[in-house]
Design a protein around this ligand. Sequence first.
Ligand code: IPM
Ligand code: MG
Length: 352
Amino acid sequence: MAFRIALLPGDGIGPEVVREARRALERVSQIFKRDFSLSEHLIGGAALSAGHAALPASTLEAAKASDAVLLGAVGDPAFDHLPPASRPESALLALRKALGVFANLRPAKAWAGLEDSGPLKKSVLAGTDMIVVRELLGGLYYGEPREWDRTSDRAINTLRYSRPEIERVARVAFELARERRKTVVSVDKANVLETSQLWRAVVNDVAKQYAGVQLTHEYVDACAMKLACAPASFDVLLTENLFGDILSDEAGAICGSLGMLPSASLGEGAGLFEPVHGSAPTIAGKNIANPCGAILSAAMMLRLGLKLDAEATALEQAVEKTLASGLRTADLGGSTSTSAFADAVLTMLART
Ligand code: IPM
Ligand code: MG
């Protein structure tokens, strides 16, 4: 049986890193004798430039009809002047909604050999192995009303959450914690926001069903500080959409480079897998971007989306071995190109 995988390269460095992830998937399919049916579709600025909507109907159909979706990045400064609803980013938000992917998993860890690549001291970073579970379909990103009224120069966004929305993502966090170090830190701003007070109450209720998991709550400002000072103290970090957007970038940076971070967005149907880094327009087209985020997202897709555990592990180990061999892209202080790094990953894969 063929696994149908929709590839959405998107903007900026998206096409470069998805190209390498595609090669890695093709190599996995040869080695493990798996049938992957890979198709590519336009999204974001790339779709707008080609005269389509940011999320063309054909792309949406292909994504829905596939077993998993791998996305590069969306975002292009050429469209900065457009209102949010027409910008490249709107395509990603609409796609998340259409796929029903409410839980965004962003693992961040201290990679062996990269301890000195990021801004944190090795001693602070040592042992860090955490995962951000970000609510992905609610909060300020989707709340109505939303508007910038240009005549009055007033703007509004709406922060709204309901019990079921919080419950379902909290359950994902607790389930993960059970398989890990059994602690959840739930992040909110309950000293100021009603939505956060609801968040806290619901998370406390869900926690009652997970007796073996220890739950603590942190305010988002204190959490941002603690992430930088004591990242190793985190196991599962559960939070709402906007806080999760911000804190997951921070978690990535402290672990060496944002370029290393993969993500999985899970829900009812096909999962959506994408590197956490954005389109990085300033380095696009130069073959210098770090392909690890995309390749590791492909590994998450194999494990969580297609249930191909051995294949996922092999791909992750190939990335680890490539790093251990000393190759580094520019974001990690090296000079290995995107494609040369991926070539090495492919070579390592062949040896599994
Ligand atoms: C992310 C990105 C997106 C988000 C943008 C591109 C819409 O920053 O996946 O973290 O804010 O969710
Ligand atoms: Mg982000």
